[in-house]
Design a protein around this ligand. Structure first.
Ligand code: GTP
Length: 237
């Protein structure tokens, strides 16, 4: 099967990298994910990735525990950079070129985010990993994913999560939870379905950028989604 998309942005939560460990980066989970990304790149798909940091530090949790929100969010951004370095290393070990760009300048470690340069890297077949979110406190990495997807003109956001789509209630606590195959942005906002925060959904809505929410833990799912298989939940106009 051939790819349905030429350029995609994958939103990977930090938690997705922790595997069963409950914290940090699981080497085997990282390796599996890197392998799937390398396969997409070899299929000719241009891949950009926005990575979260919740497996290391979560800004909201820090502020709930009494920390200044801005300081906590900056720590969260640094956590995403750590994940980005790990991901870059794992993908490059498989022989695929990557570039890590960060929204906060840490020049010794990564390129600063420059949109035109990111686009050029994608055209050259390099996997581009975006770290440090949007570089601003009070914004989530989901919002960073929506923003970067629009900036590099990705055709779709692939939101890789730990559940196989969007449900009307939590499938882990309610066995009768029903999965939606398709939703509009307004459905997500009005039903308060916590797929992505409302800023991210609104950005996608204003720019007609589709989002596919799917289960990352099922091996080969990213490729299936890219080949157009109906997996998870599609959120579109
Ligand atoms: P082309 O111009 O398309 O060849 O892209 P390129 O990324 O290979 O060009 P460049 O010569 O700018 O980069 C070579 C290497 O240096 C790449 O691995 C970049 O990621 C890295 N690099 C470029 N700028 C920076 C920077 O500001 N900080 C860090 N840490 N690395 C950088």
């Amino acid at each position: 099967m051939s790819a349905n998309y030429k350029r995609v942005l994958i939103k990977l939560s930090g938690e997705a990298l922790q595997g069963d460990q409950g914290y940090g980066i699981s080497p085997s989970t990282l390796e599996t994910f890197a392998g799937e990304i390398a396969e997409l790149q070899r299929m000719g798909v241009e891949v950009a990735i926005v990575i979260g940091g919740g497996n290391i530090f979560r800004g909201v949790a820090g502020s709930t525990a009494g920390m200044d929100r801005t300081s906590a969010d900056y720590m969260g951004m640094l956590a995403t950079v750590m994940n980005g370095i790990a991901l870059q290393d794992a993908i490059e070990r498989l022989g695929v070129a990557t570039r890590l760009q960060t929204a906060l300048e840490i020049k010794e470690i990564a390129e600063p985010y420059i949109r035109r340069r990111a686009t050029r890297h994608l055209e050259k077949g390099r996997v581009v990993i975006f770290g440090a979110g949007t570089g601003n406190p009070y914004f989530t990495t989901d919002t960073a994913a929506a923003l970067r997807a629009m900036e590099v003109q990705a055709e779709v956001i692939l939101k890789a999560t730990n559940v196989d789509g969007v449900y009307d209630c939590d499938p882990r606590t309610n066995p009768n939870a029903k999965r939606f195959e398709r939703l509009t942005y307004l459905d997500v906002l009005s039903k308060n379905l916590r797929v992505m925060d409302s800023t991210a959904i609104s950005l996608c809505m204003e720019n007609d950028l589709p989002i596919i929410v799917f289960d990352l833990n099922q091996a080969g799912n990213i490729k299936r989604v890219i080949e157009g298989e109906d997996l998870g939940t599609l959120i579109c106009p």
